[in-house]
Design a protein around this ligand. Structure first.
Ligand code: GAR
Length: 214
């Protein structure tokens, strides 16, 4: 896997921890960021994984930045590309050829609350349920076919901080369990959406409290 991350890197860490614990049969071959100081880069280097940052301001356009980023990604020849807290829009030119092997984790129950500040959006909408989704990446912002979700309750008195912490705690097993299915080649992207074991999914897989898909 190649992992794209812009910041903290706790989702990357969840993958690294599962790999080092021997519970996820996969490997991270490179970590890539649009922020030179992203803590995610240090998490990768700490375990000997190559980590690269490119600065968008060094490129004349978004497309030029994306092209350089994916040139770097291609050098590690990943089977899967995981956007784990990668906060820049990706253009169709780099996404389209890779949609079937690129996923993103997003902190909402898609299609609700696309874009940024999803916890704030959920609170403002008075939602009683929030959560996270993993989806294939297409050129539509947070709009690719959804593979899996985990619901999280919104509790009385929640603010952005408490709600985002409750969601993040569930993002980690959601990402690990979804990557496990992809690594086992049980999940794929078909013409009409997500396939599990070659059959269309009726809806996103739901991660239960025991960290298994219901
Ligand atoms: C996570 O909550 C992830 O779902 C979100 O950024 C956070 C990154 O945390 N991603 C997005 O909002 C993408 N639109 P992390 O760096 O600790 O993994």
């Amino acid at each position: 896997m190649a992992v794209l991350a812009s910041g903290r890197g706790s989702n990357l860490q969840a993958l690294l921890d599962a790999i080092s614990a021997g519970t996820l049969d996969a490997g991270v071959v490179g970590v890539f960021s649009d922020r030179v100081g992203a803590p995610a880069l240090a998490r990768a280097r700490a375990v000997g994984i190559s980590a690269h940052a490119l600065s968008p301001r060094d490129y004349p356009s978004r497309d030029a930045f994306d092209a350089a980023l994916f040139d770097a990604v291609d050098t590690v020849a990943p089977d899967l590309i995981i956007c784990a807290g990668y906060m820049r829009l990706l253009g169709a030119a780099v996404v389209a050829p890779r949609s079937a092997r690129m996923i993103n984790i997003h902190p909402s129950l898609l299609p609700d609350f696309k874009g940024l500040r999803t916890h704030r959006q959920a609170l403002a909408a008075g939602a009683s349920r929030h959560g996270a989704s993993v989806h294939f990446v297409t050129a539509a912002l947070d709009g690719g076919p959804v593979i899996s979700q985990v619901p999280v309750p919104v509790l009385p008195g929640d603010d952005e901080t408490s709600l985002s912490a409750r969601v993040l705690e569930r993002e980690h097993p959601l990402l690990v369990e979804t990557v496990r299915l992809l690594a086992q080649r049980r999940i794929s992207l078909g013409d009409d959406g997500v396939l599990l074991d070659g059959r269309s999914l009726a809806g996103p897989l739901q991660l239960a409290a025991n960290n298994r898909f219901a």
